[in-house]
Design a protein around this ligand. Structure first.
Ligand code: BTN
Length: 271
């Protein structure tokens, strides 16, 4: 196969159509974690929209302290600095807005070539019910202003055998769902993701999660499905996901009956 056009993440700047995101960009062939670097850069005064990308991470981090598999040259590892200004109560649902932006970015690039692309509450993108991408948002306060880092990892070119054995049954990549002529370079994908992300974040910061709730729900694979919700100490409750509240909490109806309840930050599985 001839080398894919626009695959070099270092060159994403030339493809950007954003006003803010990625206009300042730092690329690393290898780094511990792009989120760690973005947090460090924040301390050093990184501007709003500053982007850190890497070809490989040696200490990529996921939610709940889990590692994020980050081998060289196949995927997108990216973190963006946001300085939204005035504090707001809504940052708890920021990852949901990022999910909407990433999903819409992939749809802008691939159209209907990824019919099973979906959001899994709260932080994942799935293809065919396997994990395609994850989102890790981190925040800090500087006086009365909040500073945010949004990080995402997207599996792009990895073949099934290139995932660690423990991930082979649950993870996937774009390559596994596209013909070779449909493949698109990582920098071109990232530029489209940042474009849609910027639009989704603009709506989110102006109107909170409520302003993009219907966009999230329409792409959320869990709505109307049976889920298992972690209840602590290994216990799970079976419920039907019925929607999202305006603050981003998942609303679920116990399968055994009784009132619906809110799920705010728990592990949730599709049954
Ligand atoms: C998750 O699904 O648990 C979130 C995964 C987030 C991974 C990305 S890769 C780029 C950025 N740098 C990190 O260390 N983590 C995020």
């Amino acid at each position: 196969m001839s080398p894919l056009a626009h695959d070099d993440l270092a060159q994403v700047g030339a493809l950007l159509t954003t006003a803010r995101l990625g206009r300042t960009h730092e690329h690393h062939q290898q780094i511990g974690s792009t989120n760690d670097r973005a947090l460090e850069w924040l301390t050093g005064g990184a501007p709003d929209g500053a982007l850190v990308t890497a070809d490989a991470q040696t200490a990529g981090r996921g939610r709940l302290g889990r590692p994020w598999s980050s081998p060289p040259g196949r995927d997108i590892y990216a973190s963006v600095v946001l300085r939204p200004g005035a504090p707001s109560a809504a940052f708890g649902s920021l990852a949901l807005a990022v999910g909407v932006g990433l999903c819409e970015g992939l749809c802008a690039v691939f159209g209907d070539q990824l019919p099973t692309l979906a959001l899994k509450w709260p932080n994942d993108l799935l293809l065919d019910e396997r994990k395609l991408a994850g989102i890790l948002c981190e925040s800090r306060w500087r006086g009365r202003e909040v500073e945010l880092v949004i990080g995402f990892g997207l599996n792009v070119h990895r073949e099934a055998a290139q995932f660690e054995p423990g991930l082979q049954a649950t993870a996937t990549s774009l390559a596994q769902h596209l013909e070779s002529h449909q493949r698109v370079g990582r920098a071109a994908i990232l530029a489209a993701l940042l474009h849609q992300l910027e639009l989704a974040l603009e709506r989110f910061f102006a109107g909170g999660f409520a302003a993009i709730r219907s966009r999230y729900e329409s792409r959320c694979i869990m709505i109307g499905r049976e889920i298992q919700v972690e209840q602590g100490e290994g216990q799970r409750i079976a419920a039907i996901a019925i929607g999202l509240d305006d603050d981003g909490a998942l609303r679920a109806q116990p399968r055994e009956g009784g009132p619906s309840f809110r799920v705010q930050s728990a592990d949730v599985w599709l049954a």
